[in-house]
Design a protein around this ligand. Structure first.
Ligand code: ADP
Length: 432
């Protein structure tokens, strides 16, 4: 078994090589000449081995090193071991790359790896199909030269990839693609493009369906309501059974009417692709109206209202949507807060926007419900919500209305203590 050379071994070998020459030199009384001859032989042997090593490294393609003797045996074998280790590593690396490529090819999405300067390193087969890339011809090309849509170029320049970008496919205008970019390794990003045509079509169909059904229900409901109102004063409608039936029918029709109204509002807000945010919305006067309505709604429950409003704070936005958001949050506080408790409404300017908040001292909401409150038809307590005439659509309307104003609904609640619903309209929407 080969051992690495130590100073001890090397010096012993040199000594053993020179001793015969010193002995011969001693007897011939020519020690210097003999040492010179020994040094010349020593050097020639080293140069010969050096030449063998250079020939092997530069010209010989075989893995097996030349045969070396003495100290050179360790050097040749050491290099051989190193080469073997590198070959093994290269093989492992190649198999990792192959596995990654096979995995990326199996993806149902187009995948493109590119450097942060935009030059393409690699793409899978689907990228050729839905993005029109050619591999390997497009290697090194700037990704912005292949997807030239200005929205994509801006997205790339913006470097803010938290939200995906939706664009029409550069090779097929019937296809809608969702682009996501994520950091891959240092100095590289990965773009994943997914075909979302079908999903968006289905979403549009669902929205249209809800909107059409709600519209269709409106007319028969109006007719029913009309007849019920007429029958209220009918001379032969005095039996107890009739009075009760009439009351229930009127109540349920009103409930259905409010549900249809809310469904229509939701589909109107949700379907609006571009919202006109140029209207000046007078939130303070909107809130003074909402305050009056909240007091009327509270009625016998006599809540203690505390409205703290910055009367100069107006914003640009969609008046109908902001009214829906604000009134839903305030009315919910009235519906779900027990009698005589406090309800606080705040509208004020903050360093990063206009802040709206409704705080109630109600019974609060358990943590497991909070993330689901903005889902359509989600209600914590169905029976309680039905009593208040709730449909579970209110907070969904709020969420969509706020999203059109670059804002999100924040909900904080503690069981037994109360809830806080708030949102912030970014500074860019504040009227100066
Ligand atoms: P609903 O029409 O049922 O009120 P929402 O979408 O407005 O529907 O609210 C969803 C659910 O959230 C309600 O059913 C209710 O359980 C709960 N919720 C909303 N606001 C409050 C609040 N201020 N306090 C306690 N629970 C609330």
């Amino acid at each position: 078994m080969l051992q690495p050379l130590s100073w001890m071994v090397l010096s012993t070998r040199v000594l053993f090589f020179y001793i015969p020459f010193i002995v011969v030199g001693f007897f011939l009384e020519e020690i210097t000449a003999c040492l010179l001859v020994a040094t010349v032989i020593h050097l020639s042997w080293h140069y010969n081995n050096q030449k063998k090593l250079a020939d092997w490294l530069w010209h010989d393609r075989s893995l097996i090193p030349p045969e070396g003797k003495g100290s050179w045996e360790g050097v040749f074998n050491g290099i051989y071991k190193l080469q073997k280790r590198h070959r093994l590593r290269r093989k492992e690396l190649a198999s990792v790359i192959r596995r990654f490529r096979e995995g990326a090819e199996a993806l149902p999405d187009a995948a493109v790896v590119f450097k942060t300067d935009g030059s393409i390193i690699w793409c899978n087969r689907l990228a050729e199909g839905i993005l029109g890339f050619r591999w390997p011809e497009d290697a090194g090309q700037h990704i912005g030269n292949l997807i030239r849509t200005p929205a994509f170029v801006d997205y790339l320049k913006g470097r803010d990839f938290d939200e995906p970008l939706e664009l029409v496919s550069p090779v097929n205008s019937d296809k809608l693609l969702e682009f996501r970019i994520m950091p891959y390794t240092s100095g590289q990003n990965m773009l994943v493009a997914r075909d979302v045509t079908l999903i968006r079509q289905l979403e549009a169909m669902r929205r249209n369906f809800i909107s059409s059904v709600s519209h269709e229900l409106r007319t028969p409901l109006t007719v029913l309501k009309g007849y019920l109102e007429m029958m209220e004063d009918a001379p032969d409608a005095s039996s107890a059974m009739w009075v009760k039936a009439h009351h229930v029918m009127a109540e349920q029709t009103a409930r259905m009417d409010s549900l249809v109204e809310q469904l229509l509002t939701l589909s109107r807000i949700e379907a609006a692709p571009e919202v006109d945010l140029s209207q000046k919305v007078d939130i303070p006067s909107m809130l003074s109206l909402v305050e009056k309505e909240a007091i009327a709604l509270s009625g016998d429950k006599s809540h203690q209202f505390n409205f703290t409003i910055d009367t100069d704070l107006k914003v640009f936005g969609d008046a109908e949507q902001l009214r829906s958001a604000i009134s839903n949050l305030v009315y919910n506080a009235v519906y779900y807060t027990p009698a005589n408790r406090e309800i606080t409404v705040i509208w004020r300017k903050d360093p990063d926007g206009a802040y709206f908040c409704v705080i109630d001292k109600g019974n609060g909401i358990a943590p497991e419900h909070i993330s689901r409150l903005t889902e359509r038809f989600y209600r914590v307590d169905k029976a309680r919500s039905r009593e208040t005439g709730g449909s579970g659509l209110g907070l969904s309307i709020v969420k969509h209305a706020l999203s059109h104003h670059d804002s999100v609904l924040q909900i904080m609640s503690e069981v037994g203590k109360g809830s806080q619903f708030s949102f912030k309209i970014p500074t860019k929407f504040i009227c100066q």
